[in-house]
Design a binder for this molecule. Structure first.
Ligand code: ADP
Ligand code: MG
Length: 703
């Protein structure tokens, strides 16, 4: 059981003052809880760390404050000057002075009652914000802070932490929620060795959090500062302990040898219209050996987009079936599940295999049939979404489970899958080029196979950048492309504000392209019903539509080999990894492809560099390296800045040096106290809970 002292921290964020469902939705976008696939709770706010500070310590007095700088002024309020009645154009002004001069505090659409209350005439106030000089007169438009002098409670932070924000969420509301979470932090026992604390120069967990959220110097919020490093170390340690616990339970689950006669596999190979690449053969050999061995397989198949992971999965599944078992392939979305089915079914059926699909959408009779077929073993291969491993599904004999494109394959999922068979072998496929050290912590104790080459005959993708002003020209060129038989993906911008806006931008583009190209234009987005999405995808695949306008639902895995052009609108809003994923939708056939990155001027420095990287290379590893370098500029939408997949606070580019040490400490802890029952063990349990490793604690209880 979770120690009750932690309860307040594990309450949903809506339990915090000032956080209703709407604010909670926005908080959801900035907290790094996403790595755990669950709703945000107060504890996650502790780990929502500032990326910079606003230094308000500069108090030069009105006359000495340079235009454009952030200053704090100690002022006496002289008079209020509301705008003339009914004239909203004129701002509300409050005049105030210090010994060096007079300043106008300016408020557009100022709320009179509120302003009179916060700045009563004759009172001494502290005001902080950006100074402006206009025609020799000083002013401050919408100060960031106003407080009565001596008002402790509202006193401003002289070094103010700046958090990642999402549109609509005010910094004030977020800060308030975070400080309430800090208050909920109970007195915690120390879980790190004294030796570790000393060697790495760490203070306590609570002190480290306080340091980051209430910085005294701008350097305090750096990922390289001891406070941040301590939290990263804690996160590594929690991860390593969870892994070790999992490894211990795995040992009790020996697998079984899945040896086939190779018949199905060779029939499948005959049905393939191409030869496997050397890397595909290599990966298959590794997988095949794992399957045949009595130890349970836990393997990660890494391969850049388009490297051909699906066929490797299919051949692995064939071996499991040859050995008398069933195989399941799980995709992250329904579109992808159906697409896998479309690829796999014709080949598999030719080889005499029975294939079915199971997603949330199969209902009624169909569902009953599939469930029955899985239970009695009639179905050899099943493709689907996470529905595959949910409660009502019973397998006759699940021998191999494959998880595709899953960035969040955690302990939890692993257990759910394990429960469906007798220690089924597992293969996880990912296009994310994560370095080896990280694979270990993010995905667990897995072996790795890599697809390092693309199928032969692929042509490089020509990538060009184009300012939005030249849209008309582009539309005309797309007209030429489709009349020469090409197919075009048109990706609509990421809009962070809301789902509605995202939809609007896609629908608007759809309409405007339709005005030009009529029925040749299709649309697919996340809000469509499953069957509508299928229809849109099928129409594009079949060629009835030639331009497919899409939101990022197609980001991962979609395969239409004869699509040769991809246009990405507002490319400057996307992260490198995403751009790379999207571009990977084309260049899958033998025809030359191109990618058009439409951007809006003026480009920020980082966005400019990102687009240049895209023009220069198609190499996923290189792109992910550049991505790490360019991170943290705070101008990306739709991505969490904390960055490293699978982690809330640890960032590999700053903290990788501590991984080894955390691993050693984890080993030592468990060697001494495998059940985590000592006093230190209790403290370690707290650590596991705080970093969302509840599942690992559950493993302990299961024994
Ligand atoms: P990903 O690794 O991104 O999941 P897919 O499995 O979707 O890639 O494969 C991308 C495309 O390449 C598909 O159209 C597939 O049929 C094709 N393909 C896979 N292997 C080969 C190969 N050895 N030679 C030619 N085409 C291949
Ligand atoms: Mg794929």
């Amino acid at each position: 059981m979770r120690p009750t002292v932690l309860d307040p921290l594990f309450a949903p964020v809506t339990s915090l003052e000032g956080v209703g469902p709407k604010v909670a939705d926005m908080i959801e976008k900035v907290v790094p809880a996403g790595v755990h696939d669950r709703a945000a709770r107060a504890a996650d706010l502790l780990f929502t760390l500032p990326h910079s500070v606003i230094d308000r310590r500069h108090r030069p007095g009105i006359a000495g404050a340079a235009s454009g700088t952030i200053v704090t002024l100690d002022l006496r309020v002289d008079r209020h000057q509301p705008p003339p009645r009914g004239n909203k154009q004129v701002p509300y002004r409050v005049f105030a002075h210090d010994e060096t001069g007079e300043i106008a505090l300016t408020f557009f659409r100022g709320h009179q009652a509120w302003l009179e209350k916060t700045m009563p005439v004759g009172e001494q106030v502290v005001v902080s914000g950006r100074m402006e000089w206009f025609n020799g007169r000083p002013s401050m438009v919408h100060p960031d802070h106003i407080a009565l002098a001596g008002d402790e409670e509202n006193s401003l932070l002289m070094v103010e932490p700046v958090y990642p924000l999402t549109a609509g969420l005010s910094a004030k509301v977020l800060r308030r929620a975070i400080s309430q979470s800090l208050v909920r932090l109970p007195d915690l026992p120390e879980w790190l060795e004294r030796e570790t604390l000393g060697r790495l120069g760490f203070s306590s967990f609570a002190a480290s959090l306080a340091h980051l959220h209430r910085p005294e110097e701008p350097e305090d919020v750096s990922p390289e500062a001891p406070a941040w490093r301590r939290l990263a170390y804690d996160e590594f340690l929690a991860g390593q302990i969870a892994l070790a616990l999992l490894r211990a339970t795995k040992r009790t689950l020996t697998g079984r040898p899945l040896v086939g006669d190779g018949q199905l596999a060779s029939r499948l190979r005959d049905a393939l219209p191409y030869l496997l690449t050397a890397s595909q053969e290599q990966a298959l050999a590794e997988i095949s050996a794992d399957l045949a061995s009595p130890d349970r397989m836990l393997r990660l198949l890494q391969g850049d987009v388009g490297s051909g992971k699906t066929v490797v999965a299919l051949l692995a599944m064939a071996q499991a079936v040859e050995a008398g078992g069933q195989a399941a392939l799980m995709a992250p979305t329904e579109i992808l599940a159906r697409q896998h089915l479309d690829t796999i079914a014709p080949l598999a059926e030719q080889a005499g295999l029975t294939v079915a699909i199971l997603t949330g959408r199969e209902k009624g009779r169909d569902r009953v049939d599939v469930l029955a077929g899985l239970a009695d073993g009639r179905i050899n291969i099943v493709v689907g979404t996470h529905a595959l491993f949910q409660e009502p599904v019973v397998y006759h004999d699940l021998a191999l489970a494959i998880v595709d494109e899953q960035h969040r394959f955690g302990v939890h999922q692993r257990l759910a899958i394990t429960a469906k068979g007798e220690a089924p072998d597992m293969l996880v496929m990912t296009a994310t080029p994560i370095p080896r050290t990280l694979v270990l912590t993010a995905f667990g104790d897995m072996d790795v196979s890599r697809l390092t080459e693309k199928p032969a005959g692929r042509q490089p993708i020509r990538t060009v950048t184009l300012p939005l002003e030249r849209l008309d020209e582009l539309v005309q060129r797309m007209g030429e492309a489709i009349s020469s038989g090409q197919k075009v993906y048109w990706i609509c911008p990421l809009v962070e504000e809301s789902e509605e806006l995202k939809l609007m931008s896609a629908e608007e583009r759809f309409q405007s392209l339709r005005d030009v190209f009529g029925d040749a234009v299709g649309l697919v987005h996340g809000r469509m019903k499953g069957s509508e999405k299928d229809a849109a995808m099928a129409a594009f695949k079949g060629g009835t539509t030639r331009i497919l306008v899409a939101t990022t639902v197609i980001e991962v895995g979609v395969d239409v080999p004869d699509a040769t052009v991809i246009v990405i609108e507002h490319a400057e809003r996307f992260g490198l990894a995403q751009l790379h994923q999207l571009r990977g939708r084309v260049g899958r056939g033998s025809k030359p492809s191109s990618c058009v990155l439409l951007y809006k001027d003026p480009l920020g420095e980082t966005a400019h560099q990102r687009l240049s990287v895209m023009r220069e290379t198609e190499d996923g590893f290189r792109i992910s390296e550049e991505d790490l370098k360019l991170r943290g500029e705070g101008e990306l939408l739709g991505t969490r800045q904390s960055g490293t997949p699978g982690f809330q606070v640890a960032r590999i580019e700053f903290h990788a040096d501590m991984l080894e040490s955390a691993r050693d400490e984890a080993r030592l802890i468990l060697a001494r106290d495998p059940g985590l029952e000592s006093e230190r063990g209790e403290a370690i349990r707290m650590l596991l809970y705080l970093f969302g490793r509840d599942d690992a604690v559950r493993l302990l209880r299961a024994g």
